[in-house]
Write a protein that binds this ligand. Sequence first.
Ligand SMILES: Cc1cc2nc3c(=O)[nH]c(=O)nc-3n(C[C@H](O)[C@H](O)[C@H](O)COP(=O)(O)OP(=O)(O)OC[C@H]3O[C@@H](n4cnc5c(N)ncnc54)[C@H](O)[C@@H]3O)c2cc1C
Length: 353
Amino acid sequence: MLRFFAFRKMKIIDYIIVGDGFAAYFLAHRLIREGKSFMLFSDGITGASGVSAGVVNPVVLKKFTTFWLAQEQIDALHKTLEEMSAYTGRNYWIYEPVFRVFHDEAERDLWLKKSGTDELRPFLSTDFTFFDEIHNPFGCGEVLQSGRVDVPAFFNDFSSYLHTNGHDAGAAFDYNLLEPENNIYLDFKYRHVVFCEGMGVVQNPWFHDLAVSPNKGHHLLVKLPAGSTKSTVKKKHFLFPLNEGHWYYGGTYDRNGVGAAVDEKAVAELESGLSQLASDYTVEEVRNGFRPTVRDRRPILGAHFRFGNLFVMNGLGGRGLLNGNYFAEELFRHIEYGESLRSETDIARFGSE
Ligand SMILES: Cc1cc2nc3c(=O)[nH]c(=O)nc-3n(C[C@H](O)[C@H](O)[C@H](O)COP(=O)(O)OP(=O)(O)OC[C@H]3O[C@@H](n4cnc5c(N)ncnc54)[C@H](O)[C@@H]3O)c2cc1C
C-alpha cells in the first residue's frame, strides 16, 4: 500500500514575539544580544508605548517617594540604550531632566526635607531653578537621574532594524494558527512564544484572563511660543518641548476610560493643568492609549499553566520603559537558564492563570 506523507518545511526559530511596544522591543533587544533567532509579529496598531511621553523619572512626584528597584532599573536602562546604540547607531536617551514645579513654599520645604533622606538623596537636587517660559513663582526642583527617551526615534530605528535583519514577520499574530501542542505557528517550529500585547492580551485565548486592567491616558500636542527650555517640567502632568514650538503635555489616568475616542473630560483636565503653566497655547492634537496596569503595581511574567512554552510579559503600568527593559531580562533569564522569577512578578501569584 502506498502511503503519502504531507511534509511541512519548517523554519526552526528560538522565539516568536507577539507585540511591538516596549515589552516586545526590549525582549527583542535581549534576543539580539544573546544571538537567538526570532520573529516579531506586530499588528501595526499604535499601543500605549507609541503615545507615551518617554519620561524616565525615579520619583513619585505627588508624594515625593521613590519606588521598587528605581536605581537598578535606571542603571539597567542606560546599559541597554548603550547596547542598542551599538547596532542602531543612536542612543535614545535625551538628557532633559524632570523639574517639579512647586505649588507653594510648603511643598518646596517638604522637598528639601525629603532630599536629606537616604531614600531620596540620590534623586532630589537641593538647587532650585526658575524657568522664564512657564508660571513657576515658587521655583522648580530637579529630579536627579531623570530624563527622557526619544520614543519616535526608538521605534522608527528599531523597527527598521528588525525589518532589515529578517526579524519582522510583517503581520499580526493570528491565534487560530498556533498549534501549542506541537510548537508550531504557520511554518515556524518555535521553542518559545512570548506574548507582549499590552491590553491586546484580552483577545488572547491563553492569557485573556490575566489580571491586567486598562488605564486610559490622554496627552496633548500643543504649540507654545518659542523658548529656550530644554527640560521636562511637571506640575499636574509632564510638559516638554519637541521641535519648532511643539510641546508634549500629558498624560491623564482614567481607570474607567474605554474605547479609542478622545474623552472631552480628559482634554479639559489637561487644559486646566496646562493653563497653570502657560497662558498662550494652542492644542494641535490629542492622543490616547491604554496602560496595562496591575492591582499590585508589579508586572506579570511567566508561562501558561498548561503550555509551558507560551509566556506572557505584561502589566508594565505607567513605567513602560523602566519595567519593560528590566523585566525583559528577568523573563529571558527565566526562560533560558531556569532562573526563578521574583515572587512579586511571577504570574503564579494569581493562581493558575
Ligand atoms: C499617555 C501615556 C503616557 C505614558 N507615558 C509614559 C512615560 O512617560 N514613561 C513610561 O515609562 N511609560 C509611560 N506610559 C506607560 C507605557 O506606555 C506603558 O507601560 C507601555 O507602553 C506598555 O507597553 P507594552 O509593550 O506592554 O504594551 P503596548 O505599548 O500597548 O504594546 C503592545 C502592542 O502589541 C500589539 N498587539 C496586540 N495584539 C497583537 C497581535 N495579536 N499581533 C500583533 N500585535 C499585537 C498592540 O497593537 C500594541 O501595539 C504612558 C502611557 C500612556 C497611555
